[in-house]
Design a protein around this ligand. Structure first.
Ligand code: ZN
Length: 81
């Protein structure tokens, strides 16, 4: 299976138009970037079609104000505990 690089991920996000909605981490209140949110949520051992689906999924979560999102730091801490 082909690994997707960070570059391909950013080009996939570009294709999808990303999102203009700004989110903050619900724990530490720091500003989040959609790109890093995708990078955290997407498995890299997948093909391009799956990445597109995952970006689409990530976008739905991101655009839903009822779903709490975490920054990379809080995400890691959260997963360790
Ligand atoms: Zn945080």
């Amino acid at each position: 299976m082909k690994k997707i690089s960070i570059y391909s991920l950013s080009s996939v996000i570009k294709t999808f138009g990303g999102t203009t909605i700004k989110r903050k981490c619900w724990k530490c209140n720091s500003n989040l970037l959609f790109f890093y949110f995708c990078a955290k949520n997407i498995t890299y051992n997948i093909n391009k079609v799956d990445v597109e689906k995952d970006v689409e999924k990530a976008k739905k979560i991101w655009n839903n104000p009822h779903i709490q999102v975490l920054c990379c730091n809080c995400f890691d801490v959260h997963n360790k505990s």
